[in-house]
Design a protein around this ligand. Structure first.
Ligand code: FEO
Ligand code: CA
Ligand code: CA
Ligand code: CA
Length: 558
């Protein structure tokens, strides 16, 4: 039994409240994404927060990580740091996830960190601004550096006297990169292969009930391009942004999947059954009979929200992938065998999965405004999806979509969809991206206004200044309001919010500070203010009385 689970049960015991629905694996890691009974959070327990006032910080364009009163931070690891004698921490960290090594000790465990993409200016000493056709001018050595700096890192971290530190040279420390061999969890080879080279574009992710990491391949087409089809299904290769295919002829079909990583030995597999598209994240729910439901969104204009329901316990291979029709509240099966319209267009289920976007559109899936992170509200069980924006459709500020599955059953095939909250000046935020519920059910949210649009007079993002971290408190006077609690360095976004098992630390990535720098002599950010003054993506630990007060369940238990 886990540290938190035991505490949680004894807490419930005192108040004699019924069964808890929250699965152990989510409590384990301090991130509840599955419902508890509403009654478990009673007036008695939340009373202390009734008059609790959260002091917001103002929007800021300062090149610094600013925090509201009651919060502080320290840096755990940053780009280029050694993790062992052979490997260094990759670039542009996104999703973070912490698993304790011993469930009785929440202060020692493995941190997984995604490395989404590289800025060639810093990583491979390549400034595309100097070339007309940037792809042709990269050398193989430059591409190799870029491929090394994507993927993910596993590092053992330990908290001592309130400070999280990397355990250098721990045997668990390792890199997964653009060159790591990864097998496909599928019976049919894809482009002739049953295992492929590398993972890239690792944006957000998730965790499985069996305690492995999920890392999601998002904008994979920027690395090896994409296969495009004309009306007669003739194919052409659309070149990538980075031009890696100039040196490594890897098929685009090997990317765009959800990847599972074993924390203990780094072995990985790509889950074909979950479809191929720009996966932002993958959020799992374990049903009573141990089958799993996986929610995953396609972060691109007018793309879709998907869910996979397994037909066997613990399987991410056997089952059916569905796509959302949010207008009629229906999950539509991407099932070649039983959907004549798919049978007519595609040769088999493997092709349906490789070309998920086209299959989804044939079925009548609803176009959404770039689905980003997905979390399950621990109190109500509703599913929340960030729709970050859709500039083409004049949705500049995005919103959060709420899905209520029929009868609260995650394997239901019908649901109700509504907007939970919309971005914009009235609600004080724009472009919602990552979400995280804490143990008490407060919703933490990061924003992702793009670097080239922030703080610009001619853009609608001016009032919001730098990207920020917000919390929507569940209790007290500010319940339901969006409160800014942190402001990011110049050009950066906060990503990967993840709570430690005792709820006292919020792990957070600071991604792409200084991204708009035109060259190394004109840096827009110098955060984290290293001696070399080069801006570096990093993972920080945010702690303090505010988190401990907000995390009311945790506070009352202890
Ligand atoms: Fe990598 Fe959709 O953010
Ligand atoms: Ca994101
Ligand atoms: Ca999340
Ligand atoms: Ca984003």
């Amino acid at each position: 039994m886990s540290y938190n689970r035991r505490k949680f049960i004894s807490f419930l015991g005192k108040t004699s409240i019924g069964a808890v629905l929250t699965p152990q694996f989510l409590i384990n890691c301090g991130n509840i994404t599955t419902p508890v009974l509403k009654e478990t959070i009673t007036e008695k327990k939340t009373g202390k927060l009734k008059n609790f006032v959260l002091e917001p910080i103002q929007a800021s364009d300062a090149d610094d990580l600013l925090l509201t009163k009651g919060l502080n931070y320290h840096t755990i690891i940053k780009w280029g740091d050694n993790i062992n004698n052979a490997d260094t921490f990759g670039f542009n960290n996104d999703f973070t996830c912490f698993l304790p090594l011993d469930e009785n000790n929440p202060k020692d465990g493995l941190l997984w960190v995604n490395h989404e993409y590289v800025n060639p200016l810093f990583v491979s000493d390549f400034n595309y601004r100097n070339y007309k056709n940037p792809k042709q001018h990269r050398t193989k050595e430059q591409v190799d550096k870029e491929m090394y700096n994507v993927g993910g890192s596993i590092v053992r971290i330990r908290e001592e006297s309130g400070v999280w530190k990397v355990v250098e040279n721990d045997p668990h420390n390792r890199r997964i990169t653009g060159n790591t061999e990864i097998k496909l969890n599928w019976d049919t080879p894809i482009k002739g292969k049953t295992s492929v080279i590398g993972t890239n574009s690792n944006c957000s992710g998730g965790i499985t009930p069996w305690k492995t990491f999920l890392t999601c391949e998002e904008n994979y087409d920027s690395c090896f391009g994409e296969t495009e089809y004309d009306e007669k299904d003739n194919t052409t290769h659309k070149p990538s942004k980075y031009g890696w295919e100039n040196f490594y002829n890897y098929p685009p079909e090997h990317y765009g999947w959800v990847v599972e990583v074993n924390p203990k030995d780094g072995t990985s597999q790509k889950h074909i059954a979950l479809g191929r598209f720009a996966h932002e994240c993958c959020t799992l729910y374990e049903l009573e009979d141990k089958r799993v439901v996986a929610y995953t969104g396609d972060d691109s204009n007018n793309e879709h929200l998907y869910k996979f329901i397994s037909s066997k316990p613990g399987s991410l291979k056997e089952g059916t992938l569905y796509v959302a029709d949010t207008i009629n509240g229906k999950w539509l099966a991407l099932d070649w065998e039983n959907q004549p319209i798919l049978k007519e267009k595609f040769t088999d289920q493997t092709e349906v999965l490789i070309r998920s976007r086209e299959a989804a559109k044939l079925l009548g899936a609803t176009e959404l405004n770039r689905p980003e992170d997905i979390e399950i509200d621990p109190i109500t069980g509703n599913v929340f999806i960030s729709l970050t924006n859709n500039k083409v459709k004049n949705d500049w500020h995005g919103s959060i979509l709420k899905i209520e599955e029929n009868n609260g059953a995650y394997d239901a095939l019908t649901f109700k969809a509504s907007t939970y909250i919309a971005g914009g000046e009235e609600n004080g935020f724009s472009c919602p991206d990552n979400l995280a519920f804490d143990i008490a059910g407060n919703l933490w949210m990061t924003s992702d206004m793009s670097g080239n649009a922030m703080n610009k007079d001619d853009k609608p993002y001016m009032p919001f200044k730098n990207n920020s971290l917000f919390v929507i408190p569940r209790y007290g006077k500010d319940s339901g309001k969006v409160i800014r609690v942190a402001s990011a360095p110049k050009d950066a976004e906060f990503t990967g919010p993840w709570f430690s098992p005792d709820g006292k630390t919020l792990f957070l990535s600071i991604q792409h500070p200084g991204e708009q720098s035109k060259d190394l002599n004109n840096l827009t950010s110098k955060w984290p203010f290293d001696n070399d003054n080069i801006p570096k993506p990093a993972v920080v630990a945010i702690t303090g009385t505010l988190i401990e007060k907000m995390n009311v369940l945790n506070k009352i238990e202890s």
